[in-house]
Design a binder for this molecule. Sequence first.
Ligand code: FAD
Ligand code: NAP
Ligand code: SF4
Length: 674
Amino acid sequence: MNAHYPNMLAPLDLGFTSLRNRVLMGSMHTGLEEEKGGYHKQAAFFAARAKGGVGLIVTGGIAPNYAGRVHAFASQLSFPWQVKHHRIVTDAVHAEGGKICMQILHAGRYAYHPISVAPSKIKSPITPFKPFALSARGIRKTVRDYANCAALAQKAGYDGVEVMGSEGYLLNQFLCARTNKRDDDYGGSLENRARLPLEIVRAIRAKVGDNFIIIFRLSMLDLVEGGNDWDEVVQLAKWLEQAGVTIINTGIGWHEARIPTIATSVPRAAFAGITERLRGEVSVPLIATNRINTPEVAEQILSSGQADMVSMARPLLADADFVVKSEAGQRQQINVCIGCNQGCLDHTFKMKRATCLVNPLACYETDLHLTPDSSGRTVAVVGAGPAGMAAACYAAERGFDVTLFEARDELGGQFNLAAKIPGKEEFQETLNYYRNRLKQFGVTVKLNHSANCEELKQFNERIIATGVVPRVPPIEGIERANVVTYQQVLRGEVEVGQRVALIGAGGIGFDMAEYLSEAHQSPTLNAPKWLAQWGVDLAYQQGAGLSERDPSAFESAREIYLLQRKSTRPGKDLGKTTGWIHRAVLKDRQVKFVTGANYHKVDDQGLHISQEGKSSLIAVDTVVLCAGQESNRSLSEQLTAAGVSFSLIGGAELAAELDAKRAIRQALEAVVAL
Ligand code: FAD
Ligand code: NAP
Ligand code: SF4
């Protein structure tokens, strides 16, 4: 028994096979599935996670037929000639001692192509195509296609399949009255609505025999009107067990639900309680999911009996060695997923290859290599924001002798400020990771040290990551005491009044509006409160897990105006999968959005603006500048003037559209190039 996380690291006996621990790497579409040479890239990606000790891997979703593809070019497994491609992946995982299941995903009405099918002809609110209702013949063919797909997966060497039955995809659409309006044997009563998923499970079991894992991802909390109630969920789980599933995984929320389920602001393990409710109702192992991102959270879920396994998808993108580091008692060395979605889901939704903000090597295992260097070269890294800290760690990992200079008295740069925003507490994990990593690699860290040109000449290599400074727009009265920058506010250097105008509605403007309007402790740190605020009821008093929202969700600590000069929708450039959450929170708190603003002056009365030629006063006590950033280039300009070579990364290189994802990735690329 492992002394550190005994429950998480305990094997799980499935009768015909055993898993080495309780960590499931949950299904994630990475985009490698559809890339040229993608099977080799997937093989390297999954093999790294198998080597890192994960108990069972589930691949991204693969369609059982054309209609089921998520988009026209998405992956499908239907033909014997495709088996050899999947072999590349399964062989690589098995060579590292891992086990892997293939997820079978039929998108139903979520398919992004015109020949999508569903139980009934009802368009989803998040896709443009109206689906065709499956005919009785179409249903029979779908069952055969699933069974065929699973049999091919078995031939390809997978240890099992996961049948995707949640998140609002086809089988979930059949299971719920919301989308199933059929009047034949596949609609109406629960028994009828469950008929297709159960026929599929039985057909798969009949094809693959007893010694093959079948996981069913069951929606335990639909979070949409017309979703199933708790008694129905329990009944479904029992029928699935009888039909022959090996494990039941938890699904939370349809994609069209307007409740966050995995974003960074969702409290850790917020939904584990729903998996716990199902324990005792069935005897197959149950997997808890969503916002489980550290070994201690996983251990807590397992030791308190909430589940038999935990699913972590994004945390395994962030750190392939999550499990082996846990085993070795190296919790502080784990690169924790911060739930930002910026490198993973946001990429997937834009049809870009997934990666990870905190680990740009993820999904680039065959493209980027940190090869060891024994030249003994010295490397100076200037600036200890995300770009500089990452560069120093990567350079030390390659074997260089690294010195990191930071002008302030702490590491972290702007990321320290980001971590102060309610809902972004998780960012502290990244700061801790880098602090520990710098120590582990013996990087010389010089705080309170503004590096200068002369001392930098002594090094063989220089990486300049001096970041950004807030832009101060030329507005009359900008120098007044009632005008402050977001940095001053977040560093606690200034008082902010009750009525506030924020100049600039970018990512930081939105974050500042959340920070200044938060009337209580961050709900992210209080799961029951957070669930109540979003109207989630794990006790299922009203069906589908929805309830009246807690009134505190609508309270604001201040009267806030969020302004921008553009006339476009505020927050339109925020993250694809998280922007809606920020917009919803500010709307709940009655933050007033002002677009098309021309700023004239600030005086004792507040901020004077005009819109479409019409002047007005926004009567506020404090004006906070969130008007973007400018690169801090003074050092790099001096180096250039002195003819000293260097690489420039992060905000110092380009302030526009800077985020930590780009900063860290540029750090990796600069170090790979050394
Ligand atoms: P910086 O973080 O600016 O770091 C530069 C460092 O260099 C500073 O510590 C500075 O003191 C130091 N320095 C400067 N000159 C010298 C010198 N001569 N010698 C030594 N040291 C020097 N990004 C995201 O991706 N997602 C988010 O959700 C997100 N939220 C944010 C929320 C807020 C409130 C803020 C403020 C930022 C947020 N960001 C977010 C942006 C992110 O923090 C920045 O993109 C990132 O910090 C930029 O990294 P950097 O290393 O290039 O620069
Ligand atoms: P930003 O997103 O570029 O927004 C800057 C804002 O300032 C805009 O609203 C802009 O709108 C306004 N502005 C620009 N120049 C101005 C001027 N001269 N006078 C007045 N207003 C001006 O930058 P940011 O908000 O500072 O964020 C910095 C980076 O951090 C972002 O690029 C973002 O990627 C990252 N970040 C990300 C998140 C996230 O959740 N992913 C959160 C926070 C920060 P107008 O030009 O229309 O006025
Ligand atoms: Fe986690 Fe963000 Fe990385 Fe996605 S990009 S895996 S959410 S840290």
